[in-house]
Design a protein around this ligand. Structure first.
Ligand code: ATP
Length: 230
């Protein structure tokens, strides 16, 4: 499964993050190209989620640089960073984080609304994504009426509807049984291939790491090893 040989869409150099006296990330360098899937693995507490949050601009690092779609995150104002995140990042979580009062279609449409896309542009994008994740027949349901696997499929559609450069996923199969987990992984692979979206995937699961082109294993906030899929 060759990744696109294009320029990196997300890089970090010398990333460092501390919480009080504790150094949680200690000099992380990585880069991801368009269409590439990168797994972040490592024991509990090794810094995976902290790294994902820094890469996504949710947390500010204490030192080092992060460049997303050509923009150095540490040089952006809060409002410019928020806009860049909205445009260039999609996020999938373990517990779905869909808004319970909105329908599946409305949840998926939300990123486009927040970006101010006209309704005429939003509708075909939403219809396309709902179909790709196999939820057309559930478009009007509320998230609470869906199974966990269906909620995660809706969350993936929401994460990709605005065509971000990077999809960040934190244990996306962690709350699913193995059959639903497999379906979610197949979907992530298929959709990131089809859209050339880079994926950074935090996981404890071998099956999830196996859909990735490369794996970075963290230990105590440092990269212990990097492996490339055969
Ligand atoms: N807001 C915070 N304040 C203080 N310490 C924090 C904070 N967030 C994370 N940490 C600490 O940073 C370390 C790394 O946490 P992180 O969540 O990144 O690990 P992880 O590798 O994702 O773990 P897991 O696999 O259990 O989710 C942990 O020791 C954690 O307790």
């Amino acid at each position: 499964m060759p990744a696109s040989p294009s320029a990196p869409v997300l890089t970090c150099h010398g990333l460092r993050k501390t919480y009080g006296p504790r150094t949680v990330l200690d000099g992380i360098d990585l880069s991801v190209t368009a269409g590439e899937r990168l797994a972040l693995t490592g024991p509990s507490g090794s810094g995976k989620t902290t790294l994902l949050n820094c890469l996504g601009g949710v947390d500010r690092a204490d030192a080092g640089t992060i460049t997303l779609a050509g923009h150095a995150l540490d040089q952006l104002s809060e409002s410019a960073l928020a806009l860049l995140r909205r445009e260039q990042i999609g996020t999938v979580f373990q517990f779905f984080h869909l808004l319970p009062t909105l329908s599946v279609a409305e949840n998926i449409e939300l990123p486009l609304q927040l970006l101010g896309a006209p309704a005429a542009d939003r509708r075909p994008r939403v219809a396309d994504l709902i179909e790709r994740v196999g939820l057309t027949h559930r478009a009007d349901a509320r998230p609470g009426q869906l199974s966990g696997g269906e909620q995660q499929r809706a969350a993936i559609a929401r994460a990709l509807v605005h065509q971000p450069a990077v999809l960040l996923a934190d244990e996306p199969t962690g709350n699913l049984d193995s059959a639903n987990g497999e379906r979610i992984l197949a979907l992530l692979r298929e959709l990131t291939d089809a859209t050339s979206t880079a994926l950074v995937l935090v996981t404890h699961s071998e099956e999830a790491a196996a859909i990735c082109h490369r794996r970075i294993h963290l230990l105590d906030g440092r990269i212990e090893r990097t492996t490339t899929a055969a």
